[in-house]
Design a protein around this ligand. Structure first.
Ligand code: AMP
Length: 596
């Protein structure tokens, strides 16, 4: 096995990478470093982010810099501002014991003046985005006449982001006598043109495909109806309480909508898309990096340059059209020797795409069912139990309350405490999934109950109970007033409402059948203008023919959000114990206002 000692690196560099904890070179480093130290031949390396490519190209460059020359000797082009910052930060660590080496990064979205001042004070290495570098070349504020190395980092990404013209301009400005190093995960045809035009007899290194290989990444797909995609996503999140992943969408709109729904449903999620300002974008990425967010919903473009090594999951909410994009996305998990899961939520018609990806990428993408409600509940309960088993209690924090707690629980057996603890923690979760249907297309047990959900707010389908109420048109009841009444008596506690039928002397309404008893209880002592209200579960079928003009159709599919049990409340930054979606936030009822 090759080690860093055998690669021929200078002592100061070796000291720096040892301090960084690098012990064994990654495949791209093992191949590229000796080659670049020994030769000036151009080089193409197939390597993705996360394969250690920054060290692969920068260590030999640092070692070969001419310290007598204060001009810019190396130019590294990266597709995004984030990648620029990451790359230059990484290089700064490599030169931590070489105080005379200087590096400056230049990218869009930041003041030019500041960057120019840094450049003027001298830089051996410039890391920049093509747009900003081209700007500086045009305004003659950057002189690359002494450049000896030009690195195109994530070259395919730069092209797909539309930097072709900038790259052409930069490549044709820099001196002919330089070594060009191109790092890319894929080789689209546009890049072949660049290679033919600007590179001479490049040597090729292939070291970056391990990220999509079957050993590191489990590739899965699940088939659901288009309308069930969001519910399927939630189930994937629910069955993986420790998930740390990216959900890939196609457009900004999708990204925003799905992230908004997840946030609304109290998942630890946020969106990354092109409409965010730079500070917003940085804020989201910082939170995600710090694991304050478990799920990032992102477009492919926005996720570029986001270098996170330990994602557990990549979820393709929509499959991409390009194989390269699938590879890029999936390669974001299973890095640094860890295993990861890439799961595509598809509809039946996408199956062909799956086969095409399998064939072109040479991987197996296995079909996996979206878990059933009971599978999710079991997984969550056991996860909860395992947490109890493993958690290290801070004695000092809990000690002052122990005696009183023990006192209060002394008449209850251990079994009973376990049972009650699980119930307190999971009551709503279990209820939510109790009647959940099988979402898998083609699954034999799929029993489509009526589909519910506000516009743009599709929920798990709910089974409803029908209730009789002794109030009707005669009592000036209409659907709006009935919803207001339900809100009042049930304290806006968030149940889903189904159909409402207002008749002359009495009415019917539907509510999520899990909450039958809550409804009965809520109306026990209720009154309407002083008259006692009677509410019963109705066993009759909906008397559609008898309904008044307004059958309450507009009142259907309104969602009541149940009051969140205060004891169950979780921080938004930790959704590991998050109850399922529509059992989350306490909301003042908005439904009465919505009612037209
Ligand atoms: P890169 O692909 O250059 O963005 O590197 C991805 C991550 O892997 C960075 O955080 C590096 O610090 C880290 N890394 C690179 N090479 C090694 C290595 N040989 N051993 C351990 N970590 C490494």
């Amino acid at each position: 096995m090759q080690t860093f000692q055998t690669l021929g690196l200078a002592p100061d560099i070796f000291k720096a990478i040892s301090a960084m904890g690098f012990e064994i070179p990654t495949p791209v480093q093992a191949k590229a470093i000796p080659q670049l130290l020994a030769s000036d031949q151009d080089l193409i390396a197939y390597a993705q982010t996360g394969t250690g490519k920054t060290a692969a190209f920068s260590l030999p460059i640092i070692q070969k810099l001419n310290m007598e020359d204060g001009r810019i000797q190396a130019l590294v082009l990266c597709p995004t501002r984030e990648l620029c910052i990451q790359t230059s930060n990484e290089i700064k660590k490599f030169i931590q014991f070489m105080p005379n080496v200087s590096i400056v990064s230049v990218y869009g979205g930041d003041a030019k003046e500041k960057q120019l001042r840094s450049l003027k004070s001298g830089a051996h290495i410039v890391v920049g985005t093509p747009g900003r570098v081209h700007d500086f070349i045009r305004s003659r504020q950057l002189n690359f006449s002494a450049v000896r190395w030009l690195v195109l980092d994530e070259a395919d990404e730069m092209l797909s982001m539309g930097f072709k013209d900038d790259l052409d301009a930069i490549l044709s400005t820099t001196p002919n006598e330089k070594q060009t190093l191109l790092f890319s995960a894929t080789m689209p045809s546009e890049m072949q043109t660049i290679v033919r035009t600007y590179m001479r007899n490049p040597i090729e290194i292939n070291a970056g495909t391990q990220n999509v290989s079957a050993e590191n990444i489990k590739h899965l797909y699940s088939v659901v109806k288009a309308t069930d995609k969001y519910a399927a996503l939630k189930r994937i999140l629910d069955v993986n309480p420790d998930i740390y992943g990216i959900v890939f969408c196609r457009t900004r709109m999708d990204t925003k909508e799905i992230a908004d729904k997840l946030i609304e449903d109290d998942y630890s999620a946020d969106a990354l898309h092109g409409d965010l300002s730079q500070p917003q974008r940085e804020h989201v990425m910082k939170r995600f990096r710090a694991k304050q967010l478990q799920v990032l919903v992102a477009t492919d473009v926005a996720a570029r340059g986001l270098d996170i090594n330990n994602l557990s999951h990549v979820i393709h909410y929509y499959l991409p059209d390009q194989l390269e994009t699938y590879i890029h996305r999936s390669g974001r998990t299973g890095r640094a020797g860890k295993s990861g899961v890439s799961v595509a939520i598809i509809t039946g018609r996408d199956k062909q795409k799956i086969q095409a990806i399998e064939k072109s990428a040479g991987i197996k993408i296995a079909q996996k069912d979206i878990p059933t409600g009971s599978e999710i509940c079991e997984k969550r309960l056991l996860h909860f139990v395992d947490n109890i088993h493993q958690i290290e209690v801070e004695e000092a924090q809990i000690a002052p309350y122990m005696l009183e707690m023990e006192n209060r629980l002394k008449d209850i057996s251990k079994e009973e405490i376990v049972k009650r603890l699980a119930f307190v923690e999971f009551n709503q979760f279990l209820n939510y999934y109790r009647n959940a249907i099988d979402l898998n297309v083609g699954a034999s047990s799929a029993k489509p109950i009526k589909e519910r959900g506000e516009k743009g707010k599709r929920q798990e389908r709910t089974a409803f109970s029908r209730f009789f109420i002794n109030l009707g048109q005669r009592h000036q009841l209409d659907p709006g007033k009935l919803i207001k009444l339900l809100n009042k008596e049930m304290e806006g506690s968030g149940f889903e409402i189904g159909k409402i039928e207002i008749l002359r002397n009495f009415s019917f309404f539907e509510i999520d059948s899990n909450y039958e008893q809550n409804v009965i209880k809520a109306f026990r002592d209720a009154n309407w203008n002083g008259e006692p209200i009677s509410v019963e579960v109705s066993k009759d079928k909906a008397p559609s023919s008898q309904s008044s003009g307004d059958r309450g159709d507009r009142g259907r599919e309104r969602e009541f959000r149940p009051r969140r049990d205060r004891d169950n409340k979780r921080s938004n930054t930790d959704s590991r114990n998050a109850a399922p979606s529509n059992f989350k936030k306490k909301k003042k009822s908005k439904f009465s206002n919505n009612f037209a």
